[in-house]
Write a protein that binds this ligand. Structure first.
Ligand SMILES: Nc1ncnc2c1ncn2[C@@H]1O[C@H](COP(=O)(O)OP(=O)(O)O)[C@@H](O)[C@H]1O
Ligand SMILES: [Mg+2]
Length: 481
């Protein structure tokens, strides 16, 4: 997942969580307040009901949205039980108009449970939710306040009596309100989420764009230690660019120091080696030597020769990067036939060339010659009997393959082959006069040409080294005039 998507998703998740939290707390508070109000309204309605009982002996004048009933308990039952009431021992005082006039049936108790009734009788009051079934069959959810009061009842001659008063109100308006709120809030929250997600995505994109730009620029730098273009302003990205540039400087100077050291060291070594070889040669040609002395001097001469080659290779390699490649058009078949000629004489096997006639590469003829010569001498050292030099035209580029049927290279060595001083078998390759620098030189020359080199090999069967170069047009013959 990209950083951009991750940050956007995280922002969205945070937004969604906040919206959920806000919604839940507003909903909770709203619900609490509405039901609290309802409770207070029921208390007021109860007081009105008591007054009505006392003055009119009927609840018919209660407001339309209030359901009220009252049961008068005759003084003959001083301590009534729920069973007494349910058994019909109490008289019904005319109920509120909202309940209708015809037979109340179950609704005489506004749907409260026997337990709630018991609580009214023992504790004096209850506050509960019930359901009222209307004659039409519709069910109305109610909050009911039940109370046992002692009051005079108008039209009842026996003085103050116990009355069970039940007053209820529908919770439907509250539930509708809450439902509407939830719907509107959800829709709004969704809109906010969509808009917020879009905004977050845009914001993250514009924030990350400079970083992508830096990455792209750094990618373009390639082999040279070129600086990144400095950014305006003082933000994090500008300081990242500054740090990268500082790092590039340090790298460049470390690299230069190393190159200079290698260059100086190999240069300094060349003189003594030349002197040693000169004197050994003189001794062997011009003086009388015992057989032991001659043998020792031959060893000195051989090792000295090896040293000279090594120093020469080192010197070349230290010029890497600063290769004086004179890029022009190189006629590839000519290079390959030259090599065939050069190595064919001393080599016992066969060297074949297969190249289209009119194939030119962008390059330096000397250096390309050196590359192929290096690959061919490696192939010879690997005990090949047949070497093929194949060039192929790939329109934009061309590939030169050096194929041999030598001993091949075990796969674990392949990734390191082009490293400096890397040899597959140290003892064996030293014996054969290798320094391990040949392929490192090959690679640095090819890369200085903007090309690439790679190897495929199978132990026991042979190896193929391929060099890819930019193709060039045949140079125009100079026209006289
Ligand atoms: N064509 C080849 N076949 C088998 N082994 C090879 C071939 N070319 C290179 N190698 C192995 O890769 C090693 C590195 O090659 P190179 O860098 O030219 O060093 P060297 O100076 O030993 O030739 C060699 O020592 C050799 O073991
Ligand atoms: Mg070599």
């Amino acid at each position: 997942m990209t950083l951009r998507t991750r940050i956007t998703l995280l922002t969205l998740a945070l937004l969604a969580f906040s919206l959920l939290l806000i919604g839940a707390s507003v909903y909770g508070t709203l619900r609490g307040t509405l039901y609290n109000n309802l409770r207070n309204e029921l208390q007021d309605a109860s007081q009105t009901a008591v007054t009505l009982i006392k003055n009119k002996g009927s609840l018919a004048d209660l407001p339309n949205n209030v359901y009220g009933t009252a049961l008068l308990i005759p003084p003959t039952i001083p301590a009534p039980t729920p069973d007494d009431i349910l058994g019909g021992a109490a008289f019904l005082i005319p109920p509120s108009a909202s309940l209708g006039s015809s037979g109340l049936g179950e609704n005489a108790l506004l749907g409260i449970s026997p337990q709630a009734l018991n609580e009214i009788l023992t504790a004096g009051g209850v506050y509960t939710s019930t359901q009222l079934v209307q004659p039409s069959g519709a069910v109305v959810p109610l909050r009911v306040r039940g109370q046992r009061v002692v009051t005079e009842v108008a039209g009842f001659p026996l003085g103050a009596s116990q009355v069970i008063l039940l007053v209820g109100k529908s919770t439907e308006p509250i539930e509708t309100l809450l439902h509407d709120f939830a719907q509107i809030y959800t829709a709004t929250a969704l809109l906010v989420l969509i808009f917020g997600g879009f905004l977050a995505y845009r914001l993250v994109r514009s924030t990350l764009e400079p970083l992508e730009w830096v990455a792209k620029k750094a990618e373009e730098i390639g082999d040279k230690f070129e600086e990144l273009p400095q950014l305006e302003g003082n933000n994090e990205v500008a300081s990242l660019v500054r740090s990268l540039n500082r790092m590039l400087h340090r790298l460049e100077s470390a690299w230069q120091t190393q190159t200079r050291f290698l260059l100086d060291a190999s240069h300094e070594l060349r003189t003594p080696v030349t002197a040693i070889l000169g004197h050994v040669g003189y001794l062997m040609r011009r003086t009388q030597l015992t057989p032991q002395q001659r043998e020792s001097l031959e060893v000195v001469a051989r090792e000295g020769e090896r040293m000279r080659k090594l120093v020469g290779d080192l010197l070349e390699l230290s010029q890497t990067g600063g290769w004086r490649v004179e890029l022009g058009s190189v006629h590839i078949p000519t290079v390959l036939y030259e090599i065939q000629e050069e190595y064919g004489r001393s080599f016992e096997g066969r060297i074949e060339v297969e190249a289209p006639d009119n194939l030119w590469a962008v390059g330096d003829p000397e250096r390309l010659h050196q590359v192929i010569a290096n690959l061919v001498s490696n192939a010879i050292k690997a005990n090949s009997t047949q070497i093929r030099l194949v060039a192929r035209d790939l329109s934009e580029r061309l590939v030169i393959r050096v194929e041999d049927n030598g001993e091949g290279i075990p796969p674990e060595h392949l990734p390191h082959l082009f490293e400096r001083f890397y040899r597959v078998d140290k003892a064996r390759d030293r014996e054969r006069g290798g320094s391990g620098l040949g392929l490192a030189i090959v690679r640095s020359i090819v890369e200085a040409h903007g090309g690439s080199v790679w190897v495929e090999s199978e132990p026991g069967k042979g190896s193929v080294f391929s060099v890819s170069l930019k193709r060039a047009e045949a140079p125009q013959p100079e026209l006289a005039g």
